[in-house]
Design a protein around this ligand. Structure first.
Ligand SMILES: O=P(O)(O)OC[C@H]1O[C@H](OP(=O)(O)OP(=O)(O)O)[C@H](O)[C@@H]1O
Ligand SMILES: O=c1cc[nH]c(=O)[nH]1
Ligand SMILES: [Mg+2]
Length: 246
Protein backbone atom coordinates (compact mmCIF):
# COMPACT_ATOMS: atom_id res chain seq x y z
CA UNK A 1 0.00 0.00 0.00
CA UNK A 2 1.32 3.49 -0.79
CA UNK A 3 2.90 5.45 1.99
CA UNK A 4 2.97 9.19 2.00
CA UNK A 5 6.16 10.75 0.70
CA UNK A 6 8.65 11.55 3.42
CA UNK A 7 8.97 14.58 5.59
CA UNK A 8 10.72 13.85 8.84
CA UNK A 9 9.84 15.35 12.15
CA UNK A 10 10.30 13.98 15.66
CA UNK A 11 7.16 12.38 17.03
CA UNK A 12 6.22 14.55 20.01
CA UNK A 13 5.50 11.52 22.13
CA UNK A 14 8.21 9.20 20.85
CA UNK A 15 11.26 11.02 19.41
CA UNK A 16 12.76 7.77 18.08
CA UNK A 17 9.80 7.28 15.77
CA UNK A 18 10.35 9.02 12.41
CA UNK A 19 7.22 9.87 10.47
CA UNK A 20 6.74 10.20 6.74
CA UNK A 21 4.17 12.77 5.95
CA UNK A 22 3.20 14.16 2.60
CA UNK A 23 3.12 17.94 2.33
CA UNK A 24 3.60 20.26 -0.60
CA UNK A 25 7.13 21.70 -0.80
CA UNK A 26 5.75 25.19 -0.29
CA UNK A 27 4.24 24.15 3.02
CA UNK A 28 7.27 22.50 4.51
CA UNK A 29 8.33 24.20 7.70
CA UNK A 30 6.09 27.19 7.13
CA UNK A 31 3.70 28.68 9.63
CA UNK A 32 0.16 28.72 8.29
CA UNK A 33 -2.58 31.11 9.27
CA UNK A 34 -4.67 28.42 10.94
CA UNK A 35 -7.83 29.31 12.81
CA UNK A 36 -8.70 27.02 15.73
CA UNK A 37 -12.20 26.91 17.19
CA UNK A 38 -12.79 24.97 20.39
CA UNK A 39 -16.47 24.52 21.18
CA UNK A 40 -17.34 25.62 24.65
CA UNK A 41 -20.83 24.38 25.36
CA UNK A 42 -22.41 22.34 28.17
CA UNK A 43 -24.18 19.97 25.76
CA UNK A 44 -20.92 19.27 23.98
CA UNK A 45 -19.17 18.62 27.31
CA UNK A 46 -21.92 16.26 28.42
CA UNK A 47 -21.94 14.24 25.19
CA UNK A 48 -18.15 14.17 25.04
CA UNK A 49 -17.95 12.78 28.57
CA UNK A 50 -20.24 9.87 27.68
CA UNK A 51 -18.29 9.34 24.44
CA UNK A 52 -14.97 9.11 26.29
CA UNK A 53 -16.26 6.61 28.88
CA UNK A 54 -14.79 3.19 28.12
CA UNK A 55 -18.06 1.55 29.19
CA UNK A 56 -20.08 3.32 26.49
CA UNK A 57 -21.13 0.72 23.88
CA UNK A 58 -20.52 1.16 20.13
CA UNK A 59 -24.18 1.85 19.40
CA UNK A 60 -24.26 4.83 21.79
CA UNK A 61 -20.78 5.90 20.67
CA UNK A 62 -21.97 6.10 17.05
CA UNK A 63 -25.03 8.17 18.00
CA UNK A 64 -22.92 10.58 20.04
CA UNK A 65 -20.38 11.06 17.25
CA UNK A 66 -23.24 11.91 14.92
CA UNK A 67 -24.75 14.37 17.38
CA UNK A 68 -21.42 16.01 18.18
CA UNK A 69 -20.56 16.60 14.54
CA UNK A 70 -23.90 18.32 14.04
CA UNK A 71 -23.11 20.69 16.90
CA UNK A 72 -19.62 21.29 15.52
CA UNK A 73 -20.95 21.81 12.02
CA UNK A 74 -22.95 24.80 13.24
CA UNK A 75 -19.64 26.55 13.97
CA UNK A 76 -17.71 25.01 11.08
CA UNK A 77 -20.19 26.11 8.41
CA UNK A 78 -20.48 29.70 9.59
CA UNK A 79 -18.69 30.94 6.44
CA UNK A 80 -20.57 28.83 3.89
CA UNK A 81 -21.19 30.88 0.74
CA UNK A 82 -24.80 31.85 0.11
CA UNK A 83 -26.67 33.66 -2.65
CA UNK A 84 -29.77 35.80 -2.42
CA UNK A 85 -32.97 34.26 -3.79
CA UNK A 86 -36.38 35.84 -4.18
CA UNK A 87 -39.24 33.77 -2.68
CA UNK A 88 -42.80 34.35 -1.63
CA UNK A 89 -43.95 33.38 1.82
CA UNK A 90 -47.73 32.91 2.30
CA UNK A 91 -47.71 36.53 3.52
CA UNK A 92 -45.25 38.50 1.36
CA UNK A 93 -42.40 38.36 -1.13
CA UNK A 94 -38.92 38.44 0.37
CA UNK A 95 -35.29 37.81 -0.47
CA UNK A 96 -33.88 34.74 1.25
CA UNK A 97 -30.51 32.95 1.13
CA UNK A 98 -29.53 29.63 -0.34
CA UNK A 99 -26.22 27.81 -0.43
CA UNK A 100 -24.16 28.96 -3.39
CA UNK A 101 -22.73 26.79 -6.18
CA UNK A 102 -20.39 24.99 -6.39
CA UNK A 103 -21.68 22.75 -3.65
CA UNK A 104 -19.54 22.19 -0.57
CA UNK A 105 -17.68 18.90 -0.38
CA UNK A 106 -17.42 16.71 2.69
CA UNK A 107 -14.46 14.33 2.94
CA UNK A 108 -14.49 11.72 5.70
CA UNK A 109 -11.11 10.17 6.50
CA UNK A 110 -11.85 6.44 6.71
CA UNK A 111 -12.50 4.59 8.89
CA UNK A 112 -13.35 6.76 11.86
CA UNK A 113 -14.42 9.80 9.82
CA UNK A 114 -17.26 7.76 8.35
CA UNK A 115 -18.93 7.93 11.74
CA UNK A 116 -19.28 11.70 11.27
CA UNK A 117 -20.65 11.59 7.72
CA UNK A 118 -24.31 11.00 8.48
CA UNK A 119 -24.47 14.02 10.83
CA UNK A 120 -22.79 16.26 8.24
CA UNK A 121 -24.95 15.18 5.30
CA UNK A 122 -28.09 15.60 7.37
CA UNK A 123 -27.11 19.25 7.88
CA UNK A 124 -25.89 19.85 4.32
CA UNK A 125 -27.88 17.38 2.19
CA UNK A 126 -26.76 19.03 -1.05
CA UNK A 127 -23.05 18.57 -0.29
CA UNK A 128 -20.96 16.19 -2.38
CA UNK A 129 -18.91 13.55 -0.61
CA UNK A 130 -15.34 12.47 -1.41
CA UNK A 131 -13.40 9.77 0.43
CA UNK A 132 -9.90 9.36 1.77
CA UNK A 133 -8.88 6.04 3.30
CA UNK A 134 -5.89 6.50 5.57
CA UNK A 135 -4.61 4.63 8.58
CA UNK A 136 -1.74 5.15 10.92
CA UNK A 137 0.94 2.52 10.92
CA UNK A 138 0.56 1.21 14.48
CA UNK A 139 4.32 0.39 14.64
CA UNK A 140 5.15 3.94 13.58
CA UNK A 141 2.06 5.97 14.47
CA UNK A 142 3.34 9.18 12.90
CA UNK A 143 3.33 7.49 9.50
CA UNK A 144 0.14 6.90 7.55
CA UNK A 145 -0.81 4.52 4.79
CA UNK A 146 -3.24 5.86 2.20
CA UNK A 147 -5.41 3.04 0.86
CA UNK A 148 -8.17 5.04 -0.85
CA UNK A 149 -8.36 8.40 -2.59
CA UNK A 150 -11.69 9.13 -4.24
CA UNK A 151 -11.94 12.88 -4.67
CA UNK A 152 -13.31 15.08 -7.45
CA UNK A 153 -10.58 16.01 -9.97
CA UNK A 154 -11.05 19.74 -9.44
CA UNK A 155 -11.59 21.22 -6.00
CA UNK A 156 -10.81 24.81 -6.91
CA UNK A 157 -13.44 27.18 -5.60
CA UNK A 158 -14.97 24.45 -3.41
CA UNK A 159 -15.49 24.73 0.35
CA UNK A 160 -14.07 21.47 1.71
CA UNK A 161 -14.88 19.88 5.07
CA UNK A 162 -12.49 17.17 6.25
CA UNK A 163 -14.08 15.06 8.96
CA UNK A 164 -12.19 12.78 11.33
CA UNK A 165 -12.81 12.38 15.08
CA UNK A 166 -9.16 12.44 16.17
CA UNK A 167 -6.30 14.90 15.60
CA UNK A 168 -3.40 13.24 17.42
CA UNK A 169 0.08 13.85 15.91
CA UNK A 170 -1.59 15.83 13.13
CA UNK A 171 0.11 13.72 10.44
CA UNK A 172 -3.16 12.41 8.99
CA UNK A 173 -4.73 15.86 8.82
CA UNK A 174 -1.71 17.44 7.10
CA UNK A 175 -1.51 14.61 4.57
CA UNK A 176 -5.28 14.65 3.95
CA UNK A 177 -5.23 18.41 3.40
CA UNK A 178 -2.37 17.92 0.96
CA UNK A 179 -4.53 15.56 -1.13
CA UNK A 180 -7.20 18.26 -1.29
CA UNK A 181 -4.65 20.98 -2.12
CA UNK A 182 -3.25 18.83 -4.96
CA UNK A 183 -6.66 19.19 -6.60
CA UNK A 184 -6.83 22.93 -6.13
CA UNK A 185 -8.63 23.26 -2.79
CA UNK A 186 -7.97 26.61 -1.12
CA UNK A 187 -10.68 26.57 1.54
CA UNK A 188 -10.49 23.68 4.00
CA UNK A 189 -12.19 23.25 7.36
CA UNK A 190 -11.23 20.26 9.49
CA UNK A 191 -13.85 19.03 11.93
CA UNK A 192 -12.33 16.85 14.65
CA UNK A 193 -13.82 15.86 17.97
CA UNK A 194 -10.67 15.70 20.13
CA UNK A 195 -7.23 17.17 19.41
CA UNK A 196 -3.85 16.93 21.11
CA UNK A 197 -1.81 20.12 21.60
CA UNK A 198 1.17 18.48 19.84
CA UNK A 199 -0.96 17.76 16.78
CA UNK A 200 -2.37 21.27 16.62
CA UNK A 201 1.15 22.66 16.68
CA UNK A 202 2.27 20.26 13.97
CA UNK A 203 -0.67 21.15 11.74
CA UNK A 204 -0.12 24.86 12.31
CA UNK A 205 3.51 24.52 11.26
CA UNK A 206 2.97 22.28 8.23
CA UNK A 207 -0.24 23.26 6.54
CA UNK A 208 0.17 25.11 3.24
CA UNK A 209 -0.14 28.80 4.25
CA UNK A 210 -1.89 29.64 1.00
CA UNK A 211 -4.90 27.58 2.13
CA UNK A 212 -7.67 29.24 4.09
CA UNK A 213 -7.58 26.63 6.86
CA UNK A 214 -9.75 26.25 9.92
CA UNK A 215 -9.96 23.53 12.58
CA UNK A 216 -13.06 23.03 14.74
CA UNK A 217 -12.81 20.71 17.75
CA UNK A 218 -14.89 19.87 20.81
CA UNK A 219 -11.87 19.64 23.10
CA UNK A 220 -8.09 19.98 23.21
CA UNK A 221 -6.76 17.31 25.56
CA UNK A 222 -3.59 17.15 27.67
CA UNK A 223 -1.02 15.36 25.50
CA UNK A 224 -0.04 12.31 23.47
CA UNK A 225 1.20 9.12 25.14
CA UNK A 226 4.16 6.99 24.01
CA UNK A 227 1.99 5.34 21.35
CA UNK A 228 0.79 8.71 20.06
CA UNK A 229 -2.70 8.19 21.50
CA UNK A 230 -4.48 11.21 22.91
CA UNK A 231 -4.59 11.42 26.73
CA UNK A 232 -7.20 11.20 28.17
CA UNK A 233 -8.86 10.97 24.72
CA UNK A 234 -11.32 8.19 24.01
CA UNK A 235 -9.09 5.38 22.76
CA UNK A 236 -9.11 4.30 19.12
CA UNK A 237 -12.10 6.02 17.53
CA UNK A 238 -12.27 3.58 14.60
CA UNK A 239 -12.26 0.57 16.91
CA UNK A 240 -14.90 2.08 19.16
CA UNK A 241 -17.14 2.83 16.18
CA UNK A 242 -16.64 -0.36 14.20
CA UNK A 243 -14.66 -2.87 16.27
CA UNK A 244 -11.04 -4.01 16.19
CA UNK A 245 -10.18 -5.33 12.71
CA UNK A 246 -6.40 -5.70 12.97
O1 LIG B 1 -3.23 12.71 14.03
P1 LIG B 1 -2.77 11.34 13.75
O2 LIG B 1 -1.64 10.91 14.67
O3 LIG B 1 -2.41 11.13 12.32
O4 LIG B 1 -3.95 10.35 14.13
C1 LIG B 1 -5.27 10.55 13.79
C2 LIG B 1 -5.76 9.46 12.89
O5 LIG B 1 -5.80 8.21 13.59
C3 LIG B 1 -7.10 7.65 13.52
O6 LIG B 1 -7.27 6.83 12.41
P2 LIG B 1 -6.60 5.38 12.36
O7 LIG B 1 -5.22 5.44 11.80
O8 LIG B 1 -6.70 4.74 13.72
O9 LIG B 1 -7.49 4.61 11.31
P3 LIG B 1 -8.97 4.03 11.51
O10 LIG B 1 -9.89 5.20 11.43
O11 LIG B 1 -9.11 3.09 10.38
O12 LIG B 1 -9.04 3.34 12.82
C4 LIG B 1 -7.98 8.86 13.40
O13 LIG B 1 -9.27 8.58 12.96
C5 LIG B 1 -7.19 9.76 12.49
O14 LIG B 1 -7.40 9.48 11.12
O1 LIG C 1 -6.04 8.75 20.49
C1 LIG C 1 -6.11 8.44 19.28
C2 LIG C 1 -5.09 8.74 18.37
C3 LIG C 1 -5.24 8.39 17.07
N1 LIG C 1 -6.36 7.74 16.69
C4 LIG C 1 -7.35 7.44 17.55
O2 LIG C 1 -8.37 6.84 17.16
N2 LIG C 1 -7.20 7.79 18.83
MG1 LIG D 1 -8.07 3.61 14.42
Amino acid sequence: MPRNSPLSFPCPASPTCTPRISVSPAATGSLGAMELHVLNHPLVEHKLTVLRDKNTPSSTFRELVSELVMLEAYEATRDLSVVSVPIETPVAPMTGKKLAEPRPIIVPVLRAGLGMLDGMTRLIPTAEVGFLGMKRDEEHPTQQITYANRLPEDLSGRQCFLIDPMLATGGTLVAATHYLAERGAKDVTAINIIAAPEGIKYVEEHIDPSIDFKVVVCAVDERLNEKCYIVPGLGDAGDRLYGVID
